[in-house]
Design a binder for this molecule. Sequence first.
Ligand SMILES: [Zn+2]
Length: 289
Amino acid sequence: MQSQLKLLRQMTVSGTFNTLKSSNLISWKSTGRLQQTIAGCIEKSGKTLHSGEVSKVKIFPGFAGEGRYFKFQSKSVPASIDFAKVSPLCTTLCKDGVRVRTVEHLLSALEAKGVDNCKIEIENQDCDSQEVEVPILDGSACAWLEAIEKVGVKEALDQHGNNGEKVAPYLNEPVHVWRNDSFIAAFPSPKVRITCGVHFPKVESMRNAGLIKGGSLENALVCSISDGWLNPSLRFPDEPCRHKVLDLIGDLSLFAQNGTQGLPVAHIVAFKGGHALHIDFARHLLGTI
Ligand SMILES: [Zn+2]
């Protein structure tokens, strides 16, 4: 009740909050923290994983209550589950004919670092295309995390100079979604916990389908049945599993609305998870599937 009152006050004060989408599976509660944004600008460019072309990303501080959104040419695409589309091996945001691909690693870093509001401008080489992709960099979120740490984060203010309380979706009861032998189950918990099991698909079928054109040993973890890991060295022995957690956080960050936390506060158990299952899970929590 107290948190509902707080939220109501926040909505009244800032004037930028709409009613948060909800369902009986989750409750929006205070995290006891204020919404944040980045303290400076970030710019990175690099090759993209699927098209293999070069794209450039510039991240700017955002107002409290705006949330995270992409800007491509003159169009805005909110980093919201409402616009998420699963494409093979990545998560894509689609709105008004614009497609922003491979958003998950960048969004995961922003969610993890508490950058709740920011504008992400993105440009690609092909000016006529309505499709753009976030650079893959080394395939992890490391470069994004380092860039965020370098500029730092600060309290976000709305257009009237008011701060905004940060709320998070708390899971009310156990839930599960599944596809074939993959599943995500989640249980109420006072803090976020993630347990993950992995499984590796065959890479050749993706290449044959015209995907991962920009994929290489520099930005992917590749395992040979006969020779083991083909990469020079993994950062951690369990890096493939950590990467799945990274993807999960990036996809569930799309649950964020108006600068809230996206990642549900729950113990989330994922086995053979992937982008499609993550999006199913987020939509299930909102009761939209
Ligand atoms: Zn990934």
